[in-house]
Design a binder for this molecule. Sequence first.
Ligand SMILES: [Zn+2]
Length: 505
Amino acid sequence: MKRLYVIFFLFSFLSSCFAQSLNIIPEPVAATATNGKFILQDGSNIFITSNNAELKRIVGMLQTSIHERTGINLKLRRGTPGYGIIIDLNKKSSIKPDGYELTINKNEVRLTGKNCNGIFYGIQTLKEILSKDDKVFFPGCRVADYPRYPYRGFMLDASRHFQSVHFIKRVLDVMALLKLNTFHWHLVDDEGWRIESKKYPKLNLVGSYLDSLNARERNGYYKANEIREVIQYAKKLYIKIIPEIEMPGHSRAVMESYPELLCPTDSGGKTYCAGNESDYKFIKIELAEVINIFKPEIIHVGGDERPKGVWEKCPECKAMVSKLGLANEDMLQNYFMKDICNYISSKGVKTLAWAENIKDGVPKNQIVEGWHPGESWEAARNGYYTVNADNIYVYFDYPYNSEEKKNRPDWMPVLNLEKVYSFNPTPDSLKESEKKFVIGSECALWTELVLENDVQHRIFPRILAFSEVVWSPEKNKNYENFLTRVNAIRPYLNSKGFEYENGEW
Ligand SMILES: [Zn+2]
């Protein structure tokens, strides 16, 4: 018996020596490359263990992907699994809800998940490890995997520069491949209102066309049917969309369209008047329209960087402070945001906002997005669920290196690939009881200086590092190993039409 163990040990050792290396991003919770490979050929079978329509759909996506890349047609079968790819939807398994297990040897590929989300993520792993020498194959491995955080986001600013629906879909494709699940769509800012509005047509006639040069990427808006198309597309990739409607600041596009919403003392300004009941009414009618188009689970209501000195000068805002018995204009913002958020909540939609006024309390059920260092920790300590988007780790408009920094505003720090990779949204300094409030993170691309075609260079390869921040266990992270995988996945991302930034990351 002892001899058998020795032989088994030697065999395992040799297997691991000759095993193919796996190049999976984000790095799974546990993954071991094993010897052997499963060779794919025309007519190879995919067995599904359930007639679940959604399971069939996502397995169909795998068939399509393999066919597009290799020309190989796989046959979908229901029934007793034999030699082939087995997709096992097993609701009774002990796998975590969005997790999956994958075992590959020369006879079978077995992917098991407790729900379709898990199977979907397992399929993304299969897409990444699909390999080719003289044959097309999946390398032998054992993988057990599940996400670190439920909120794994990417924010794209469509206000400063506008991106096409076609481009957004390609971004969503890559988010899905990297197991990101939340697309925060920044659709309203000073430079443009980007959502079709039937209630307030000047938001489009004026607010969507503010750029006098009439550059295509700086003007326009998404039609309601285009937005619905994007939402449906995202849903099929297990991505939810959070539209952001900025207020009370960052609203020049609204104010150019309807200047009567400004404080009477703020001609040409960019901030709602919190002393004017018409402003509250306007926002609520428009939000109802946005909710009708998006049917979102969450709306982001902005809330950051209200210019100081505007409300302080306005007689209507001052009268409102006095009428409500508030201490100052900061507390007026607190009142304003609570009123709007309560309205959104009354429609069954949750709210998310940039962290401001935490010390004064935020509306019940609001998720706090921290973008300055420490804001999310403060939110967690105060018992608010929070998304930690600390700008110094996740703002992808920041330069990659000191050379690039020369062409950027002084206040922008360098954000290289290793710095993104080092980010830990839930630091050890938080107590165990506080850590549960950090629900995840998102990387963000502000586009003041970024045209559609440059988005790829801002996000790649940094978004790869970010995917490990939100998916992989902190203890698994290894930057050198990550760099190897960044290079390995590059041809696949190139084939999806994306290029990495040139030069030093
Ligand atoms: Zn005012």
